[in-house]
Design a protein around this ligand. Sequence first.
Ligand code: F6P
Length: 532
Amino acid sequence: MKKIYTELQNHADEIKQSHLRDLFTEDPNRFNRFHVDWQEFLFDYSKNNITDKTMALLIRLAKESGLKQVIHDMFTGKRINTTENRPVLHIALRNRDNHPILVDGKDVMPEINTVLEKMHTFSDSVRNGKWLGATGQRITDVVNIGIGGSDLGPAMAVEALKHYKTDALNFHFVSNIDGTDMIENLKTCHPETTLFIISSKTFTTLETLTNATTARKWLVDSLGENAVSKHFVAVSTNKMAVSEFGINPDNMFVFWDFVGGRYSMWSAIGLSIMLAIGYDQFIELLTGAYEMDRHFQTAPFDKNMPVIMGLLSVWYSTYLKAEGYAVLPYDQYLKRLPAYLQQLDMESNGKSVKKDGTSVNYSTGAILFGEPGTNGQHSFYQLIHQGTHLIPADFIAPIHSLNEVGDHHTLLLANFVAQTEALMAGKTSEELRAEGVSENLIPFKTFSGNRPSTSILIDRITPKTLGSLIALYEHKVFVSGIIWGIDSFDQWGVELGKQLAKKVIPELSDKNKELRHDSSTNAIIQKIRNNQ
Ligand code: F6P
């Protein structure tokens, strides 16, 4: 075992003996040493269970893990997704200085720029009413059909950037194979004015193809087969499957297998985002991500936000044995951010086998959850404040609201600030006694404190700052994955359930089919069969 691992483990035992309240009292300069001021961001990680020694050890760990080299490898198109033998080039999609990025000697930028221009022309024509439905009417509703990375990124970003969205279009995101998702969304849509975007990297995903088939039938039943070309476009890497489905290749926007599903909102998978906010603001979104990419590539590790965040994840999961991780946006527009980050983080780093095929003997990615503040405060914060689990939390808030109403934003920010202070300092029995709290309630009203949080304060939510924020989390996930020695870009763990579902499908519809599962699975299938 590397010496650094032992040193970190020993240091973790030391840190458990310290209290954040004391660390702040002993060192009035603590904030200065543990924050990064960058563009519209203030990244304050001083309320984490760390000292200078912790950060020095973690940065040494990053160096000994070859992080610098792997960052370089990603940005230069090396095949760092080893189990799928692919480069990892979502960063090329927002390469705003357009420098060549070579894969097997070929620059990927010209194709990326061509697709971006095609998205530009198409989104302009839908937004300005030049693109008409089959009966000559303007499009009023856009329905993105996709799941996982082909849904969560666009759905999160369209919600986050609602303030910047055109009023001329309504957006719907259908992902679940549960027919209710489709039916409820179509209730407010009319075939003559609805545009479907079928988004699927592989174009083989059961949920998406089933939903797309239902949507196609809904349209064709009303407007006939010829209407499909005016109401369906596809985003995929699989040209053949798209044309087999009956979507005109002219209506197809391609991307490439070097873009992972959960990293794809910057590609044509972001078409609904561009339709919502327009080309120029979509470029702002890419620019924000590009700026974060530059920061990630160039800032020294001790001033590098994604590196610090990734190292903190390792510190908490592996060394302090935290199993959970909360992301708490104090902004209603960011309400889908936790759902988006669940896929980004848990599908990337929910792994127990290293790149060399051996098993890990330490904890990797944590269980991510979250809700917008202040809603979460009235729900699960109890456990974060007084429960038995260590839950590091990211608090995210804009200084300026996009909707100034009375003193709402001041109250929101007051809660944002107060929660991190409460988690850090807690409340002692002495303080309670001084307030006259009766002795029998003191154990219940005591807050241990010493609970870690990171505050990410952003000037305001704009396409650009959202781009930077998402790229920050992408790279944070990448950094932790490198340290853990896992492949953050595959997702073999989703395959088994998909295969078994295929086997169960005919068993549900054919009552005579013999069942050869375990007794629980057999009984459940039998119960469904008997009651269908
Ligand atoms: O099942 C997991 C997954 O492969 C995700 O990684 C991906 O984002 C999602 O399914 C959707 O896949 P596709 O875009 O190919 O339909």
